[in-house]
Design a protein around this ligand. Sequence first.
Ligand code: PDD
Length: 285
Amino acid sequence: MIYLNGSFIPIEDARISVLDRGFIFGDGVYEVVPVYSRRLFRLTEHLHRLQDSLDGIRLRNPHSDIEWRGLLEQIIASNESDDQYLYLHITRGVAPRDHAFPGDAMPTVFIMSAPLLVSPKELLATGVSAITANDNRWLRCDIKATSLLPNVLLRQMAVDAGAVETLLLREGFLTEGSTSNIFVVKDKMLLAPPKSYLMLPGITYDVVLELAVAHDIPHEVREVSEYEIRTAQELLLTSSTKEIMPITRLDGKLVGSGKPGTIFTQLYQLYQNYKATVMRGNIVV
Ligand code: PDD
């Protein structure tokens, strides 16, 4: 079951106009919210980022946070898996094709659910491969926009190379991955690129930094150079759907020892513990 503009319907019955500005211009924003044991994970933070994205494209939020929660909970209840990820998508609506904003269009609101699959143990034990590429996206990568063509092409580069992710470099510095944030371990220090217009402020990124603070893992939020990623002991990727994963090969070369490192192992365990606490309902999220 999905939600589309006021109705809960099977996905096969969902229809939108070909004049929807999401279809014509990619004129919309989205969120991906993980659900564990039917509980929304970090919803407040996701809705906050959604508001920032809507402000970034000057589109009014069609729902209050309470309304969003209600809609999302109905979608969770009407889908099978206990662990799901919810995809929320808002476009500037249907209007005759003109780049400028329409005067009176109603935003299109779409929510769907998919099963949230945990990363296979074997993959966590070996780590994944990544490649690097020039970050050729626009200068507002903090907006979670549905116009994802650069990300699509950059992620396909990874797939074509038999890798899982493409690490993006802008003027010699790491921004993020094509679909994830990236952390670097250098000289036992966990390094995170600072939030800016050049990367998506990841919700999982925030969780990892909070865990680092709470558990005294030495860390710094600062620019990370290409040299540092190429000589790192560990590289980690984070996202709502992949949680935390170790990158053990970069552009065909081993990262550190070529095995997931100690900081990954520690953070992965802390993340699982944190999730378990949230699922037991001991933390309000
Ligand atoms: N993507 N950076 C980019 C470019 C992303 O697309 C994502 C997530 C992240 C990680 O953000 P978060 O931790 O809040 O999921 C960083 C989602 C999962 C997607 O597009 O499917």
